[in-house]
Design a protein around this ligand. Structure first.
Ligand code: DX5
Ligand code: ZN
Length: 213
């Protein structure tokens, strides 16, 4: 299991240090939550702050867009060379076109599904995606309670990925901790995002290790 700590739960007063600490702690990716105050009722960070994060990080960035006007935000963040950019299917009229655009920029395209969106909604996009991000909370805030229907959704998504002979990875985001990690592994999940669990632990390295099962 790969682990992508979400910096949303970091101390933003010492952000560079907090980013270095998870990288030194052995994380696989650095998860960056971009919220615009429109698609979700919260507002986070833009390219100025994320470029400071990129400078401090020794692991690749995983940018999770929770915004309206995805294409505009892809243009803003592409110069920072993230490994992944994911966008919400619920907010995109032309997902296939946007996937191609992200790929053409040299970035791995990913799509995010809210807790109500069935994995079948993206069955015919799977061949073009490197990752699907399943939300296990309603997007907008860290520290929320895990919604267990993600286990069934991951299982159904895995079936679609296998059927299509794809190497697309499954990432789960929200409320992940050492109590639900085994169930996520059993459901076929490849990457977990964990914000409050990692940054709420005295040892970030121990918390990260406890999820890398
Ligand atoms: C929620 C964000 C998550 C969040 C995860 O909208 O996408 O990445 O920060 O935080 P925890 O692990 O605390 O649920
Ligand atoms: Zn996220």
């Amino acid at each position: 299991m790969q682990v992508a700590p979400s910096i949303l739960s970091a101390d933003f007063g010492i952000l560079a240090q907090e980013v270095k600490a998870i990288c030194d702690g052995g994380c696989d990716l650095v998860h960056v939550d971009v919220m615009d105050g429109h698609f979700v009722p919260n507002l986070t960070i833009g390219p100025v702050v994320v470029s400071a994060v990129a400078k401090a990080a020794t692991k690749p960035l995983d940018i999770h867009l929770m915004v309206e006007n995805n294409s505009f935000f892809v243009d803003l963040f592409a110069p920072l060379n993230p490994k992944y950019i994911s966008f919400h299917i619920e907010e995109e009229k032309h997902p296939h076109r946007l996937i191609q655009k992200i790929r053409d920029l040299g970035i791995s395209p990913a799509i995010t599904l809210n807790p109500h969106t069935p994995p079948e909604a993206i069955e015919f996009l799977i061949d073009d995606l490197d990752m699907v991000l399943l939300m296990s909370v309603n997007p907008g805030f860290g520290g929320q309670k895990f919604i267990p229907n993600v286990l069934e959704r991951a299982f159904r998504l895995k079936e679609i990925i296998t059927k299509r002979n794809s190497s697309c990875l499954i990432e789960v985001d929200g409320g992940v901790n050492d109590k639900n990690i085994q169930a996520l592994k059993d459901a076929g999940v490849d990457i977990v995002v964990a914000g409050s669990y990692v940054y709420g632990n005295d040892s970030y390295a121990d918390a990260i290790k406890s999820l890398q099962i």
